[in-house]
Design a protein around this ligand. Structure first.
Ligand SMILES: N[C@@H](CCC(=O)N[C@@H](CS)C(=O)NCC(=O)O)C(=O)O
Length: 204
C-alpha cells in the first residue's frame, strides 16, 4: 500500500499518524501537490493529496475516507473509530472540530503566501478569529475522560494532536496559557510515536 503526499501537509499527516497508531504499514511516496504533475493528476484528478494506492492498484482519495479504510485493516478490537454508539460519534465529532482548526490555519497561511499587494488582511483576521473561537470552544468542551471518546484513544485524539502540531508549524502563537486543559492533552499526544514521528522534516 502506498500513501502519496507531502510531509508538511496536515491532511497527509492525519492519515500517516492514524496508520501508525493503528499499526497499519504503508510505503510513503512524497508527492508535492503544489507542483502539479501528470503523476498527481493520474492519482487524483483534483490534484490533491493524500492519495492511498492499494495493492491491487485502486486509489482512494480524501483523508477521512482513507482513514476509514485503514481502520478496517487489522484487529477490529484496535479500531480507532468505534463501530457504534456515542463513542463513534464523539470520535468523528472531535475529528471535525480538529479539522476546523486545520482548515482555518491552512486558509490563513495560504492567504499570507499571496503576493503582499494581493493579500486581504480581513481574510487573515477572519481565519484567526475562527481559529480562536474553535480553540476556545474545544477548551470548554473537553471531556474529563482519559481520551476524547472515552477510555481508549481514537481518531479524535489523533486529530487534535495533528491539528495542534500543525498550529505550532504554520501558525505559532502562545495559545497554551489560556487553554491549559488542551495543552495538557497535547503533551500526552506528543509522547505518542504517531504524533512524535510524523513531524515535518526539520521541525520539532
Ligand atoms: N478534503 C481533502 C483536502 C486535501 C488537501 O487540500 N490537500 C492539500 C495538501 S495540504 C492539497 O493537496 N492542496 C493542493 C491544492 O489545493 O491544489 C482531504 O481531506 O484529503
Amino acid at each position: 500500500m502506498k500513501l502519496y503526499g507531502s510531509l508538511t501537509s496536515p491532511f497527509v499527516r492525519k492519515v500517516r499518524a492514524f496508520a501508525m497508531e493503528r499499526g497499519v504499514p504503508f510505503e510513503m511516496v512524497v508527492e508535492d501537490p503544489w507542483q502539479v504533475s501528470p503523476r498527481l493528476i493520474g492519482l487524483n484528478p483534483a490534484g490533491k493529496v493524500p492519495v492511498l494506492e492499494l495493492d491491487d492498484g485502486s486509489l482512494l482519495v480524501e483523508s477521512l475516507l482513507i482513514i476509514e479504510y485503514l481502520d478496517t485493516l487489522g484487529d477490529p478490537s484496535g479500531a480507532l473509530i468505534p463501530g457504534a454508539g456515542k463513542a463513534r460519534w464523539d470520535a468523528l465529532l472531535w475529528h471535525a472540530r480538529a479539522q476546523a482548526l486545520i482548515d482555518a490555519a491552512v486558509a490563513r497561511v495560504l492567504e499570507l503566501r499571496r503576493p503582499e499587494n494581493l493579500q486581504m488582511p480581513a481574510r487573515v483576521a477572519r481565519e484567526e478569529a475562527r481559529f480562536a473561537e474553535v480553540l476556545d470552544f474545544i477548551e470548554r468542551s473537553l471531556p474529563d475522560t482519559p481520551w476524547i471518546a472515552g477510555d481508549a484513544i481514537s481518531l479524535g485524539d489523533i486529530m487534535l494532536g495533528v491539528a495542534l502540531r500543525y498550529t505550532a508549524f504554520r501558525y505559532p502563537h502562545d495559545w497554551e496559557p489560556a487553554h491549559p486543559r488542551l495543552a495538557a492533552r497535547l503533551r500526552k499526544l506528543e509522547a505518542r510515536p504517531a504524533i512524535r514521528d510524523t513531524e515535518p522534516p526539520g521541525f520539532s
